[in-house]
Design a protein around this ligand. Structure first.
Ligand SMILES: Nc1nc2c(ncn2[C@@H]2O[C@H](COP(=O)(O)OP(=O)(O)OP(=O)(O)O)[C@@H](O)[C@H]2O)c(=O)[nH]1
Ligand SMILES: [Mg+2]
Length: 655
């Protein structure tokens, strides 16, 4: 392949639902472009894109993969993304690496969950999109139905491009849509003047880039139809990196500044994919946006605030790496051994305080707590999971402070299974998983007095301390409000810290159900001491026990975290979803209709939300999705409190 310039590059991501035939299409396009002698095959486990053993085993894609071909003297980089919604994070990467996204629709199955999600990912990012109808061989004679479904879902801007005859003539609609990007041309068109083919061709590219038109292309890899048209489309209408400048923004999205794809400018790039290889180490896939990268150059990772140096540069095709001598704007290059890189990072010659605006993925909503199967591996596991999180837009690993558990979040059980399998394969670390603990809290809603007299005489020096105190509910967020109200020296002041320590220890370990206690006022009112037998230890003990006694009398309550949910479902599931919310102690707060979808705003106890991801998937056959954010704490209902209290086995107090 001869050397190319930026305007000759087309970066194309293939997204859509599982089984749409994306990988097969990508393999066939490579063969069309002469990059391989004959197309690889998913079925025969020879696909250039599904090269991973796990992918071969399962017969579908798990990771995105790259291929490269040339057509009409242009270079086309293909990024094939997996279609299972569990792996949508890979499509997010594809969107961030590419300038054109092909949303693939299986002609036989029509619009599916991940077709919609793939489509929706592009909405915030102004990425040019086209729809590729695949497997048309299975639906001959019925393609107008397929098109009708696409237009009903994604709008009338979806217009066939060089479609088979049976689809009909859409040239009028096409003209109407593309002239919209050019005001003069649109006026002339509306006034009935002739618009030349050349004029139309000139506005088609900007129209696609702006999304005023979404071409629909009909293909079949099996029957070899539409593939040449698709390649023509990519090079003729698809945006080059120059047509689709990205933006640098400050945190929060302000002060947007377009990044011109200038090979002479200061280097700016975005890490759109990261892999950690057992042997090679970290592989950072970088889309060059500006400047020319060469080996041995320093750059800064803006997020990490870390200087790094490029080593040898590569490009990747399937599982093969080829060394290259430079990367110009638009190139997808690979950096090795730059350890600070994680997906979404901005790399630049100099840190300008701005990062490349990203297309963000959905927040991962399915969480598990992980535990080592071998003792002493906690730190290694946290590190390993942290590395895996660097690879994914939709996987996170974190320590939950409130429960002291190490948790991971992803899109689904399957997604987390695959991540943990990698932890095992690459780092030889085994874990067990459990539902994460709910960070309950204890508090009191009333006030009460407490008293404890600690006295022990076991020969020799005894132990003595007596404490009277009062507790009352504190302001939310106030923690412990500790007051010393001893007058007349019934307890010498030097025992004050010991009593406070006794109270604090009880607050940490919890009193009625083992959860940390919050927001309480404790007033030490009276007590007794003994010149010889009183000690700090004795007062700590007496303080703690007096506190526990007072709390038990002050209407102790368990608080649970409540989360806000925003649930998006196709309208027909409304009844089932709201019925199910009721059974999970959910409260609907509002509803909105967006297109065919219903968006439900609701609150739900976190304890019930742990299983919600699974429940919603099963009620809506995978079509529903939701986001979850912490909201506030509330008292648990009586029966829940009883269950939690009776499950608690307090540690024996050592007298
Ligand atoms: N009839 C027919 N079958 C096809 C065509 N293209 C692909 N297939 C078959 O459809 C199945 C799925 O193809 P893939 O290419 O793996 O689909 P995919 O979209 O990459 O699936 P995921 O990786 O799970 O997202 C395979 O068995 C293919 O042989 C086509 O044009 N016509
Ligand atoms: Mg695939």
């Amino acid at each position: 392949m001869p050397k190319h310039t930026t305007s000759q590059i087309r970066n194309v991501a293939l997204v859509g639902h599982a089984d749409a035939g994306k990988t097969t299409l990508a393999d066939h396009l490579l063969a069309k472009g002469g990059a391989v002698a004959r197309p690889g095959s998913v079925k025969e486990k020879t696909s250039l894109f599904d090269f991973d053993e796990l992918e071969k085993d399962r017969g579908h894609s798990i990771d995105s993969a790259c291929g490269r071909l040339s057509h009409q003297d242009q270079v086309i980089n293909l990024v094939d993304c997996p279609g299972y919604p569990d792996f949508i994070g890979e499509s997010v990467g594809g969107f961030n690496g590419a300038d054109l996204v092909l949303v693939c629709v299986n002609a036989a199955n029509g619009i599916q969950v991940n077709t919609k999600r793939g489509w929706a990912l592009g909405l915030g990012g102004q990425r040019a999109r086209a729809i590729v109808v695949t497997k048309c061989d299975l639906m001959e004679g019925k393609l107008t139905d397929v098109l009708a479904q696409i237009r009903a879902q994604f709008g009338d801007r979806c217009i066939p491009w060089r479609a088979p005859e049976e689809v009909g003539d859409f040239s009028e609609a096409w003209t109407e849509a593309v002239v919209e990007v050019d005001e003069d041309l649109m006026m002339r068109y509306l006034e009935g003047e002739a618009v030349t083919d050349e004029e139309l061709a000139n506005v088609a590219r900007p129209a696609l880039a702006k999304g005023t038109v979404v071409p629909v292309i009909f293909t079949s890899s099996e029957a070899d139809t539409g593939l040449d048209s698709l390649l023509d489309f990519i090079v003729e209408l698809g945006p080059s990196p120059e047509d689709a400048p990205r933006e640098l923004v400050k945190e929060g999205g302000e002060d947007a500044e377009a990044i011109a794809a200038d090979p002479a400018g200061p280097f700016t790039g975005i890490v759109w994919k990261v892999q950690v290889d057992k042997h090679v180490g970290k592989i950072g896939h970088v889309r060059v946006l500006r400047g020319t990268v060469k080996p041995g150059e320093t750059f800064v990772n803006v997020r990490a605030g870390k200087k790094e140096k490029t080593g040898h540069l590569f490009r990747v095709e399937g599982k093969d790496q080829t060394e290259v001598d430079s990367g110009i704007p638009g190139d997808l290059i690979v950096l090795l051994k730059n350890d600070s890189l994680r997906v979404g990072d901005t790399l630049a010659t100099q840190d300008s305080g701005k990062s490349v605006k990203l297309i963000a993925g959905p927040k991962p909503m399915y969480s598990l707590a992980v535990f080592p199967t071998k003792r002493g591996e906690e730190a290694k596991i946290a590190e390993g999971l942290g590395k895996l999180a660097e690879e994914s837009f939709t996987f996170s690993s974190y320590r939950e402070m409130a429960t002291h558990e190490h948790c991971i979040s992803g899109m689904s059980q399957l997604h987390l299974d695959i991540v943990l399998r990698r932890l095992k394969e690459r780092m030889n670390l085994d874990v067990e998983t459990q539902k994460p603990k709910v960070p309950y809290k204890e508090c009191v809603i009333g006030s009460a007095k407490g008293h404890f007299r600690h006295k022990k005489q076991t020969g020799g020096r005894g132990q003595f301390a007596e404490v009277y105190l009062e507790v009352a509910a504190g302001e939310p967020g106030s923690g412990l409000n500790y007051e010393w109200a001893i007058f007349g020296g019934s307890i010498p002041r030097n025992f004050e810290p010991a009593i406070e320590k006794g109270v604090k220890e009880k607050m940490v370990s919890g009193i009625i159900a083992g959860f940390p206690m919050e927001d309480i006022t404790v007033k030490i009112t009276d007590g007794k001491f003994h010149d010889v037998d009183s000690s700090e230890a004795a007062f700590k003990m007496a303080g703690g026990r007096a506190f526990a006694e007072a709390v038990k009398a002050a209407r102790p309550t368990i608080l649970e975290p409540i989360v806000k949910l925003e649930i998006t479902i196709p309208g027909q599931y409304m009844g089932d979803v709201s019925g199910d919310l009721n059974t999970r102690r959910g409260r609907i707060q509002g509803m909105d209709q967006i297109g065919d979808d219903q968006v439900i705003k609701a609150e739900m106890p976190l304890a019930e939300a742990a299983e919600y991801s699974r429940a919603l998937t099963s009620i809506t056959s995978g079509e529903g999705s939701f986001t979850m954010d912490p909201s506030h704490y509330e008292s648990v209902p009586g029966p829940v409190q009883q269950t939690l209290v009776s499950a608690f086995k307090p540690a024996a107090d050592d007298d």
